[in-house]
Write a protein that binds this ligand. Structure first.
Ligand code: SF4
Length: 167
């Protein structure tokens, strides 16, 4: 039975991607970015553990919620569970955004099968560690300028990074 450890769930948010979204905050992060807004998500034994099936049963299924955002922490430390959750939410018609402290290139070079599986279930990846020296007022859906909002399928298809642009 696959399990996942979360630090919290925000049922409805308009801050973590376009439209009305549910946000899953994964527990556990080794990036330890200076100025991180969620240091309580760093320990891997914090938060609360769920079975993936229990979590999927409890998530709101309103048609008004168009997407799910995987945040943290870093969901790529629990990639096997994240991939299962994302796949089921895709089946429910939700689009998937994920935030990670890993860079796109690191995830591809490392070729960790679970992380690649999860990446392939993401529509958009916001990559890279938060850098408090690159904070700029007015950034949309990212904390610092170095982070990129990447269209995953388009980037795989074209073999170069294609960035998401606000409509
Ligand atoms: S990756 Fe995110 S959660 Fe992890 S330390 Fe950096 S900002 Fe914090």
């Amino acid at each position: 039975m696959c399990k996942v450890r979360l630090s919290g769930i925000v049922p409805e948010s308009v801050c973590d991607g376009p439209g009305l979204r549910t946000v899953l905050f994964f527990q556990g992060c080794c990036h330890h970015c200076i100025g991180c807004h969620n240091p309580q998500t760093w320990p891997f034994d914090g938060g609360e553990e769920f079975t993936v099936s229990d979590l999927l049963r409890t998530l709101p299924d309103s048609p008004l919620i168009t997407g799910i955002t995987f945040s943290g922490g870093d969901p790529f430390y629990q990639a096997e569970a994240a991939a299962l959750i994302a796949k089921e939410l895709h089946n429910r018609g939700k689009n998937i955004w994920a935030y990670t402290g890993f860079k796109w290139e690191e995830l591809l070079m490392e070729s960790n099968p679970s992380r690649i599986k999860f990446l392939l279930e993401c529509d958009v990846l916001v990559d890279g560690p938060f850098n408090n020296k690159e904070v700029k007022i007015g950034l949309i859906f990212r904390g610092s300028l170095n982070q990129r909002i990447i269209l995953v399928k388009e980037s795989f298809f074209k073999k170069r990074i294609i960035l998401w642009e606000p409509q």
